[in-house]
Design a binder for this molecule. Structure first.
Ligand SMILES: C[S@@+](CC[C@H](N)C(=O)[O-])C[C@H]1O[C@@H](n2cnc3c(N)ncnc32)[C@H](O)[C@@H]1O
Length: 451
């Protein structure tokens, strides 16, 4: 049943709308008013639920889903759903209150699967109501509060705005050696770009007494084909900047994010201190910055594996820029699944890094995702020498910390591994809300194989 609901969310998020057929069928069968009544009854029923096993009928959740979601949509004369908002700000607040009450109930009764599904409902609710929530938002003040809180940090590369936790959903702003990159997943920010640019410029002036910003780039991630716009001078591409003493190359055009993941900062710190003389496998290496840093920090050997040739090629350039000797065998263009098969545990490493791409982008899209994470981690652990360390990450917005912890705990319970005490995923320029799965996207742990 949970898989069924999970599919429903997946369909919704990928605009397939199969779920809609079910809602329409219900509307036709019951009539709109009666359906609403049924939805309310379901709400009350779930409110009093004490055990998940009592939830026998997926339609209960479906009704809850329609209760929260379908009321925001209107239908055209062919009964086809039109993704047009039919919600006021007050209505959103009313729904949010209902949502919070039910969530508290689920938490109290440890109904974790229901909580997972509920995160999905909240995600969609927030998504659908973005326009009304931001209708009268004081964007200037929100930006100001976020930017101010980041400017006392002493980093070359840091995050200025981190989406939800800054109350700026779908907005990320990063600073790379005084080059600003804005990435927005909603058109609202493009329409208000002057306010954003002014807020950033003002703060650099306050900080430095002069405006030191080199370039400002806007990446529109809400379009099917992402586009890049230069708001203030053109960004040199790739851009050369310094991080942990190495030259990295940043390139937002054609690369995922900017070609460089600021949020791997604590992995970089770890490698700087712990790479000396080690053999390292960097799975899903992207542009091999972790590999370059490990090499600079004395690693004996680093094998970088990524399925994309152009990322590996940029990785070689980064090595060249840093005068690191390039051994071609250390750059592997391959899917890690094939690497696992070919290697089959024959070659072992002191450190394995596995920074997987996002596997579940939205909450509640957990159909089979647990198995996927389990399999990848099992294979990666199999490549460790005794005493070796796996640094494994889950950056899926839709796969909760509880779920990832559960997968990791299964390995720890085998008593062959322990979790090391190192804080890989807390970053002061990436504030997150631990109660919000979408906000708490970055989960990174270190696991050591016992001797
Ligand atoms: C989150 S990024 C890794 C970032 C990297 N840790 C860094 O510090 O820059 C994920 C990478 O995984 C790669 N990838 C995704 N699926 C893969 C697969 N099945 N096999 C190998 N690489 C994969 C992507 O091409 C992407 O470069």
């Amino acid at each position: 049943m949970f898989d069924y609901i999970s599919r429903l969310f997946y369909d919704f998020a990928h605009e397939k709308y199969y779920f809609n057929a079910q809602i329409l069928r219900d509307i036709n069968y019951y009539g709109k008013e009666q359906l609403k009544q049924k939805c309310l009854e379901t709400y009350t029923e779930l409110f009093h639920l004490e055990n998940e096993s009592e939830l026998s009928n997926p339609l209960q959740i479906l009704k809850l889903f329609s209760f929260f979601i379908s009321s925001f949509y209107t239908y055209d004369h062919n009964n086809k759903k039109i993704p047009k908002l039919d919600i006021s700000h007050n209505k959103y607040l009313e729904f949010e209150k209902l949502y919070k009450n039910l969530k508290r109930r689920f938490e109290k009764n440890h109904l974790f699967k229901l909580l997972d599904m509920f995160e999905g409902i909240k995600y969609l609710l927030d998504n659908i109501s973005f326009d009304v929530r931001f209708e009268n938002a004081n964007l200037e003040l929100l930006l100001e509060t976020a930017i101010k809180s980041r400017f006392n940090k002493n980093y070359n590369n840091f995050r200025i705005v981190n989406c939800k936790k800054d109350n700026l959903d779908y907005l990320e702003i990063d600073c790379y050696c005084l080059h600003i990159i804005i990435e927005a997943k909603n058109e609202y920010y493009w329409k208000n770009k002057e306010i954003i640019v002014n807020a950033i410029e003002r703060h650099f002036k306050i900080r430095d007494g002069k405006n030191e910003i080199q370039t400002i780039t806007f990446k529109k991630s809400y379009e099917k084909i992402k586009s890049i716009h230069y708001l203030y001078k053109k960004l040199p591409q790739p851009l050369n900047c310094i991080e942990n003493g190495i030259n990295i190359l940043v390139n937002p055009d054609g690369y995922s994010k900017t070609g460089f993941f600021i949020d791997n900062r604590n992995i970089r710190k770890y490698l700087e201190k712990n790479s000396e003389g080690k053999s390292i496998l960097n799975l899903c290496s992207f542009t091999c910055t972790l590999g370059a840093l490990a090499k600079k920090s004395g690693a004996k050997e680093v094998i970088n594996v990524d399925k994309e040739k152009k990322y590996i090629m940029l990785g070689k350039e980064i090595y060249k820029n840093n005068n690191i000797k390039i051994n071609n065998y250390e750059f592997v263009v391959q899917r890690i699944e094939d690497y696992f098969k070919k290697n089959n545990g024959k070659r072992k490493y002191d450190i394995v890094i596995m920074d997987l791409p996002e596997i579940a982008a939205i909450p509640c899209d957990f159909f089979d995702k647990e198995k996927t994470y389990r399999d990848y981690n099992k294979n990666a652990l199999n490549l460790l020498k005794s005493g070796g360390i796996l640094i494994t990450s889950c950056c899926s917005h839709g796969f909760s910390r509880e779920r990832f912890d559960k997968v990791i705990k299964e390995f720890i319970d085998e008593k062959k591994y322990i979790k090391i005490d190192y804080n890989f995923d807390e970053l002061d320029d990436h504030p997150t809300d631990k109660n919000d799965i979408y906000s708490d996207y970055l989960k990174i742990y270190g696991i050591q194989k016992l001797n």
